[in-house]
Design a protein around this ligand. Sequence first.
Ligand code: AMP
Length: 450
Amino acid sequence: MSELRFETLPLAAPLQRALSEKGYSIPSPIQAAAIPVLLEGNDLLACAQTGTGKTAAFALPILHRLSDGYQKPRPYSVRTLVLAPTRELAVQIADSFRAYGKYLRTSVGLVYGGVSQRPQERTLKGGLDVLVATPGRLLDLYQQNCMDLSEVDTFVLDEADHMLDMGFINDIRRIAKELPEERQTLLFSATMAGQIAKLADTLLHNPKEIRIAPAATTAEKVEQKIYHVQHENKRPLLTHLFNERADGNPDELSLVFTRTKHGANRLAKQLTHAGIPADAIHGNKSQAARQKALGRFRTGETRVLVATDVAARGIDVKDVTLVVNYDLPVEPDSYVHRIGRTARAGASGLAVSFNSMDELPLLRSIEKLIRQNIPVEAEHPFHADEVASRYQNPGRRSDNRPQFGNKQGKRRNNANRRPKGGHPEGNSKPQGANPNQRRHKKRRPAATSR
Ligand code: AMP
């Protein structure tokens, strides 16, 4: 089965260049599905979680359309408005627009609450191709005539479910009322339940719908195992595993994940030293060095690639049949990304995770996310009984290890939560202080806004 590649998508050359510099060659499923639909100008209702590559799925077609016959925006005007629930997410989205639009002239601005609004006013003054904002601060600035929304032609709601959870529904409705009817609207949400469907109904016109399988579905396709092991025995266990598997499968390609770049370098050296040729691939390596390592891996010159999460996102090697989580990922989402590097295109694959005592909370978070208990492999010489028993009896804790946290909730910023009756972004201005706000709102005079 041939995979779609970015270069076959009709995206402008400066975007292709930025993508290839980032090492992205294969669009993720949401990108493959959404980019063509958005380039055609359709509205989009997308059910996709974070970590699926959804930001590039909307940023790339938006940047492409902006670059076509580019004209500088008028002062105060905004062409693309992206709403996000939290400051952190807004920053990430703006960074993505800037990174993908690196070789374009597009201007990207950012507006969120909890900080002084003066610099944001200055950013708006020049006019923006893309404005990424949290809803409350955006409304504040709009009501102070700091921007003109009458030229918005693309409106994106990212993580709409979080925005509703945080009480932004009325703000979103108010903002939408200020936008031209004639526009392209995109709504991304991890769920499509209740209010989201209603909101989508009122904001979108004949949307194309895309549902990207939640993380758990990916995880179900790959055979997974946990090895409970003492931290210091991880390396001998890895060598043991490779030697054992090499008997029946001498050409197997394996991807090993470490948490740090330094750890990746060290492990690749140690493996090579032990007679298992390996290369490391991570963010500190030049593009040329990464390509060289990938080339050696593809041709089987090295059987093992040791990678960090960031570097591994760009790896598109089809025949990887073993993924080893030498260190468990800190973000549970990364586990799904990692194990998804094997069993591609219907092939079979095994994902093995080395779990030491201090990684138990991470393991719990992963199992919670994928909604599965990963089977334990105890038949190996480095099995650590004490880790296994702590895993079985999480309640019996004699140490001060952190509680099993829900890393998923990390993005929810309490500072951005709407206090009852107040403003979600810490502005003391009460909601609805002026019920006639819309009627009284002064439009910026034509001379300054045009
Ligand atoms: P998102 O779901 O938009 O937060 O993206 C998740 C991560 O995947 C981000 O770190 C992106 O930079 C990365 N990413 C997005 N698209 C691709 C791609 N096609 N290939 C490799 N990495 C990607």
